[in-house]
Design a protein around this ligand. Structure first.
Ligand code: 5RP
Length: 218
């Protein structure tokens, strides 16, 4: 199966986690696009979705799924989103699509994070995928120096301005053995808006697309 087919498989599998007449949190990316398509094609009617990006909002609206503001809801049963990396304990690296800040905000509203990913995303230790960090532009150079002091290399993502008018640093050369401590530390650096490690908001369930079908990791 191709990577695209695996994404379709997990996108479809995620629909079973949606309870009719609830509001669903929806992430961003090519795997989430498959979920949105599968949800729209299903018989399940929902009250609406809280979206983590302009991209997902536009796709859902085009398919007739009502989109609500995050400020309109107090909590969500589930948040469904992809990942750039996920480890065996549900910690993730996210932000390849530059939507990490809104993703963390919507994930934080949800009782359960359902991660949908093809098997290439499963790792033993986070850090192989360049870690996205959203930063206030004037702090980018100082934050890059801090990563250099850790033995890593941070580069500004060319031409990328986020939905929040900020910039993205992609950090290579990290081995994140303690994701919770790493996330807590980097989040405190002045000028960091969001670090792409999701440990506090880790996945409760991962639907992993494999050649043998969908594996459910909990
Ligand atoms: C966007 C994300 C995505 O979930 C992540 O990049 C995975 O994307 P895809 O499903 O296209 O592989 O974090 O900010």
């Amino acid at each position: 199966m191709t990577q695209d087919e695996l994404k379709t498989l997990v996108g479809q599998a995620a629909v079973q986690y949606v309870t009719p007449h609830t509001i669903v949190g929806v992430g961003t990316g090519s795997t989430v696009d498959k979920f949105i398509d599968a949800l729209a094609a299903s018989q399940i009617r929902i009250r609406g979705a809280v979206s983590s990006s302009v991209r997902s909002t536009e796709r859902m609206k085009a398919l007739g799924i009502p989109v609500l503001e995050a400020s309109e809801v107090e909590s969500l049963q589930v948040y469904i989103d992809g990942a750039d990396e996920i480890d065996h304990r549900g910690h993730m690296v996210k932000g390849g699509g530059a939507a990490l800040t809104r993703e963390k905000i919507v994930a934080d509203l949800a009782e359960r994070f359902i991660c949908i990913a093809d098997e290439s995303k499963l790792v033993d230790t986070l850090g192989r995928f360049p870690l996205p960090v959203e930063v206030i532009p004037m702090a980018a150079a100082q934050i890059a120096r801090r990563f250099k002091a850790m033995g890593a290399t941070a580069t500004l993502r060319a031409g990328c301005v986020t939905d929040n008018s900020c910039h993205i640093l992609d950090v290579r050369g990290l081995s994140i053995t303690d994701p919770a401590a790493f996330e807590a530390d980097v989040t405190l650096w002045p000028g960091v808006v969001t670090v792409g490690v999701f440990a506090r908001n880790k996945a409760s369930v991962c639907l992993l697309g494999t050649a043998e079908g969908v594996k459910t990791l909990t």
